[in-house]
Structure formats: C-alpha cells, structure tokens
Design a binder for this molecule. Structure first.
Ligand code: ADE
Ligand code: ZN
Ligand code: ZN
Length: 259
C-alpha cells in the first residue's frame, strides 16, 4: 500500500464522526426491552404491530435506528437519540435544541404511528424508531450533559480496557452479565400486577426525570480515568436490569395506548 493511501485511511478513521460509532443500549439491551414489551402488548395491538412490521418482532426492529445511523440520508435523526441539559437545570426551562431531542422524537413518532391516514411504510418506520427511543430514554446517560457528549468523552478504564462512561452504560455493564437478551427476559425481576401498573402509569417526562436522577448519581460516583470493575458492576447491575424492564413495560403501555 502506498504511503499516501495509508495516510488517507488513517485520516478517515481518526476524523470520522464519533457520533456515528455509538451503539446505544447495545444490541442486547435494546432487544431485551423490545422482547419484554412484546409480552405486555394487548392481543389486538400485537396483531397490528406484527402487521406493520411484516412479521418482525419488537426485539428484532429495536436496533433499526442505530443501523441507519451510518447512512447520511438519516443524519437528521441522530439528535433524536438523547437529550442534554446542565445538571441542576430543568428540561422544560432549558432552551431546546433546534435539531430536536429524544422527548420531541417520542412525541413525533407517536403522532405518526397513531395516525391511520399515514401510509403503512411511514407508520412502520416511525414505529421502529419509537421502539428504539423509548429504550434509549431509559439509559441514564441519554439524559446527559453536552460538555462530555453524554459521557462519550468521560474516559474510564473497564476491567483494564480504555473506554468511556457512555459505553460502560450502553454495553459494558450488560455484556459483563454474559446473558443473551432472551435470558435477560426470562430472568426479569418478578413484579406484582400493582407494581407493573405503577411503572406503566408514568409519563415520558417521568422516564426522563428518572434517567436524569440516575445520571446525577452516576457522575457523583464515577471519577474521570477511574478504573472500573467488579465493584462498579455490583453497584449498578440491578439498576441496569431495572431500566431494561421498565423500558419494556412502558413501551408496551405506550403502544397499547397509541394503537
Ligand atoms: N451525543 C451527544 N450527547 C449524547 C448523549 N447524551 N447520548 C448519546 N449520544 C450523545
Ligand atoms: Zn448510547
Ligand atoms: Zn439510540
């Protein structure tokens, strides 16, 4: 390979847009949320979802919004995966991003999905996005701060490997659990009917507030360049499993309402 081509290849890797490398909850996290939601759909709603998705499951389509992220054609959806505002401030009083955010994204997707005058293709597209964004909103660092891009520039070590706090929360904690998404679904915490109802009764704004409170807790308990390993997993694994379960229950409630 000529030196010039090598230089171009290295420059491409170094200067490529880091926002596009993100994987959010990761495949396992998103599929867990989708599969839990599928269990709680009303039967008629489940039929309509299957019809819209040409037979695919919510777990299967849950990663679609990340798959299209590397395609320039879908650039306008990138800011829809998260919201950032300063600690100590309130989402509703902080100026909104003109490019949209995850709260506005969930509203927009919801409007289109429930509008039966829209085409099947359009409703299916926004349904796939909604499944993903409800998941992302339950990842605490997706209700983050702009300075470090929701922890993407908060560098830490994870069992000796250089990574960042966002990635620890998207994937590393879940991967450390070493379970497939279906095993995670089978091993959900057992909840009473009242607990399920209580979790589902909340609003999109409540889901954001919970993630923000967890995000503040995470920043209070993590130092830049910290070496994270077993103690960190032990502290937060139950939190992560709870966020996946809540995300699934609420996605089902939202779809039951929209359809
Ligand atoms: N990019 C910038 N901020 C982000 C966040 N909070 N989550 C994911 N990606 C981001
Ligand atoms: Zn993420
Ligand atoms: Zn995402």
């Amino acid at each position: 390979m000529s030196a010039k081509i090598k230089y171009i290849l290295i420059a491409l890797v170094v200067f490529s847009n880091p926002a596009k490398a993100s994987d959010d909850w990761g495949v396992t996290g998103h599929r867990t949320i989708g599969a839990i939601a599928q269990q709680y759909l009303d039967p008629e709603v489940a039929n309509e979802v299957t019809e819209l998705l040409d037979g695919a499951s919510l777990a299967f389509v849950s990663t679609y919004a990340d798959e299209i992220r590397s395609d320039d054609q879908y650039d306008r959806f990138v800011p829809w995966h998260y919201v950032n505002f300063p600690f100590g401030e309130d989402y509703h009083s902080h100026p909104k991003s003109s490019k949209g955010d995850i709260i506005m994204a969930i509203e927009k997707c919801s409007e289109i999905i429930k509008d039966r005058s829209k085409s099947k293709d359009e409703r299916a597209f926004y349904l796939k996005l909604l499944v993903h964004f409800v998941g992302d909103l339950h990842q605490p660092l997706h209700v983050g701060i702009q300075e470090d891009r929701g922890g993407n520039r908060f560098y830490v070590k994870w069992f000796g490997e250089s990574t960042n706090l966002h990635s620890v929360w998207d994937t590393k904690l879940i991967e450390g659990y070493n379970m497939s998404y279906s095993e995670l679904v089978t091993n959900q915490d057992r909840l009473t009917a009242e607990e399920v109802e209580q979790i589902q009764l909340s609003s999109v704004s409540d889901w954001m507030d919970e993630s923000r409170a967890l995000c503040e807790d995470i920043y209070a308990h993590t130092e830049p360049e910290e070496k994270l390993s077993y103690a960190y997993s032990y502290r937060y694994l139950h939190t992560v499993r709870g966020r996946l379960q809540k995300g699934g229950l609420r996605l089902a409630a939202l779809l039951n309402d929209l359809l």
